[in-house]
Design a protein around this ligand. Sequence first.
Ligand SMILES: [Zn+2]
Length: 500
Amino acid sequence: MGLIRFNEKVLITTPIYYINDVPHIGHAYTTVAADILSRWHRLKGDDVLFLTGLDENSIKTVQAAKKVGIKDIKKYSDMIAEKWKKIWKILNISNDDLIRTTEDRHKKNVKNFFMLIHSKGDIYKGKYEGLYCEGCEAFITKSDLVNGKCPLHEKAPKIISEENYFFKLSKYQDKLLEYIEENPGFIQPESRKSEVISFIKSGLKDISISRPNLEWGIRLPIDENHYFWVWFDALINYLIDEKYWPANLHLIAKDILRFHAVIWPGMLFSAGYKLPKRIFAHGFLTVNGKKMSKSLGNVIDPVILSENYPVDAIRYFLIRDTPFGQDGDFSEKSLRTRLNNELAANIGNFIHRTLTFIWNRFEGTVPEPEKYNEQDKKFEEKIKSISTEVTKELENMRLDKGLEKILEFSSVCNRYFQQKEPWAENKNAETCLFLCANAIRNLAILIEPYLPFSAEKLWKQLNFKSSVHKQDWNSASIIAIKVGHKINKPKILFRQVKDE
Ligand SMILES: [Zn+2]
């Protein structure tokens, strides 16, 4: 067991999302993953700031408001922001803050940050001519295009020629390359890191960070006619609480990697801040093998999904089904299969049969074990060591593997219960139930980051009054339930859902 340092400050962020629409399953994927890591850090005793937010200064906001016939853009933003907040609540997201880039605290931060890099001589005015993709809200190069179109948005870019303010990103090219080399964990996974390195090596250009005459967004403090380019303002959201800087993790999807791993570090170098410790880009989710898009009509709304499946089953599926970092696929059929075979038939089954047995045969009291035989000793070892295994996976961003270990552990528990035959006349039910009850307690802690609703229910069934958040992650490696402990009446945690 490693040395546990308490009250370490930990900042975990999601991207700030555009508010031209409500969240789909892709946003939920990123946010659930960040939630799992934040909850895990809290369980370890760290002082966590889990930050998510909304990118409201985009031209997309203006267009979206117009589309639904709302003239007052701020009013539209307020309305959509409420929806996002509600949805994160439904998915049991434990964010400590949700920053909106229309807030004064953010605008103030952006202006201060800009003045810092301006004072370093890294801002200049120049003429920009180039291709602009409205979907990306970024200038793109010819080499990014596929058949003349942005491959992400399948739209031809606009040709723009205007006077802009520029940030001297090129100045930081060598420093950034050096930094990436010296900090191997900075950009993950490996494949993404190589992508960034070759992009930087191809030569960084200075970037335009302002747009003239937008009428929506944050004005440049040095020129009233210019507004900040939305990405420049958005990235600065991560600095909202400098006590927690540098961030431990920026969790993003792979399409916005360059903004985070190239532009943002350049900005931070210039302003004199440390760089985030880790930028992790996960893959995309398709739906039934197809790209999710409005035109295909296959966008998955997590709220509608949560009306048909337990939220924990959705969270479970999202993380369990795809090696974290790679592309994955969403299908309701696979979700049901995992819910039925893994949550209900494996984890739920073990918990329910054990607790029911204790409830019915021992009046809800954890019995006293007899002397352990080899099989019991081996099982006790597993109960104590499983948390170290899960910890290793979480430390290395293998969120899916962490769940896999938990599931394997549950299989071991089921097998042990089955082989011990506590129902048989001549078998030692007491030892079996004592150890299984302890296995369940440790499971309750291990599943908490992933399945917080279920962990809470389980905690009640085990009759522990204090919230699971106060349980030290470390205590998932001990035999903590004492002989004579009274449990509450067991209830089924996960119900199977029939195929349609
Ligand atoms: Zn694009």
